[in-house]
Design a protein around this ligand. Structure first.
Ligand code: PA5
Length: 352
């Protein structure tokens, strides 16, 4: 059992798959992604809408792309997590498959369907059948480095997805934004890595407060990628059920559920460093009600990143660290994902 979150020797015994190492490299992967070269896609068609399709960790990368770039893209963009594609998807859709392994059956099926509907297609990932199909049918494919678990490849997948969108001309040059965010994340990593003692490490504090509780994450609707990623990281790394909801909507329904004492749950409010006055008011009002009706003092996450992408990936990195520290407190190796492996195996077998 772990004696303290500052005991690096004990941590390395629990962290047999070295998830901490993968999270430490998250900012570096983003800096590397800033050096991807846009592809020469030779598409004369300008898409009328964009679908980013993927599952799990890869879909989280698509969510971040959407939150980051949707203000800069003039056509509707959606993230789809299903092989059944919406009715509007057709020849004027840019369909980008996002799959780290390139072996996810839902993503391969959706990609196949997108080709049948004559979409403009593209893909990003580290290889697998998706890459093989793309090279056979000459679909642009942007390759990231292999050998990670998909959730640890988020920053690379965001970088590759953004550069692919740039290649199709739907967004301008993204690489300065990747680099700037990468540098901000390097600074944030310096405050949160395991070598930084509990007395100065906010991610360790948050993990300790969450021990034995169900994390309930709240953030602004425009940062939903961050909240969903955190919920998934608590599941996959800490092996804990967590949930999330979005503001201001949660103030109109879920806040009611905090009435009375709920000692088994703890709210985590994830802030943006550039909240508008209206948004800060929403947070203040929500927090005040939690305190009043739920007698609970929420945890708050702020990272101080200031670039558009850093303001999303800063909190993602912070909560990634929290999820592994919580795993260590529970004596759990964050890397293996037996349940996901079984689901993937059975889902493939049962389709045959
Ligand atoms: O984190 C994980 O391992 C999963 O959520 C995977 O990302 C998910 O199964 C989809 O796989 P891939 O990202 O390789 O398409």
């Amino acid at each position: 059992m772990l004696r303290s979150l500052d005991d690096l020797e004990d941590i390395s015994k629990i962290d047999a798959g070295n998830m901490l190492g993968a999270i430490n490299r998250f900012p570096d992967f983003l800096v590397d992604a800033a050096h991807f070269s846009p592809l020469d896609v030779r598409s004369s068609l300008s898409p009328h809408n964009i679908v980013l399709m993927g599952m799990g960790g890869s879909a989280s990368a698509a969510d971040v792309l959407l939150d980051w770039l949707q203000d800069r893209i003039t056509v509707p963009v959606s993230v789809v997590r299903d092989c059944a594609l919406p009715r509007f998807v057709g020849p004027k859709t840019l369909f980008m498959a996002v799959s780290y392994s390139g072996e996810t059956v839902e993503t391969l099926a959706a990609f196949d369907e997108a080709r049948k509907r004559r979409c403009i297609t593209a893909a990003v990932g580290s290889g697998g059948r998706l890459q093989t199909i793309c090279s056979r049918v000459k679909v642009p494919f942007l390759k990231v480095s292999s050998g990670l678990v998909p959730r640890a490849a988020l920053s690379q997948m965001v970088g590759a997805g953004a550069v692919m969108l740039q290649s199709f001309g739907v967004v301008g040059d993204v690489r300065a934004g990747l680099l700037e965010a990468g540098r901000e994340l390097i600074r944030i990593r310096g405050q949160l890595r395991a070598e930084v003692p509990l007395s100065r490490n906010r991610a360790k504090h948050v993990a300790l407060r969450l021990e034995g509780r169900l994390p309930v994450i709240y953030c602004l609707q425009r940062m939903s990628s961050v909240a969903r990623r955190a919920k998934n990281q608590f599941a996959e790394n800490s092996k804990l059920v967590a949930k999330y909801d979005l503001l201001p909507e949660a103030g109109h329904n879920e806040v009611e559920a905090w009435q009375g004492r709920n000692p088994h749950m703890l709210p985590v409010l994830v802030h943006d460093s550039k909240e508008s006055r209206e948004e800060s008011t929403v947070f203040r009002a929500f927090k005040a009600v939690l305190r009043k009706v739920g007698e609970v003092r929420p945890l708050e996450v702020r990272t101080g990143a200031s670039s558009a992408l850093g303001r999303l990936l800063g909190p993602v990195l912070f909560l990634d660290y929290v999820s592994v520290y919580l795993a260590f407190l529970r004596g759990v190796d964050p890397t293996p994902t037996f349940g996901i492996g079984e689901y993937r195996r059975l889902n493939s077998e049962m389709r045959r």
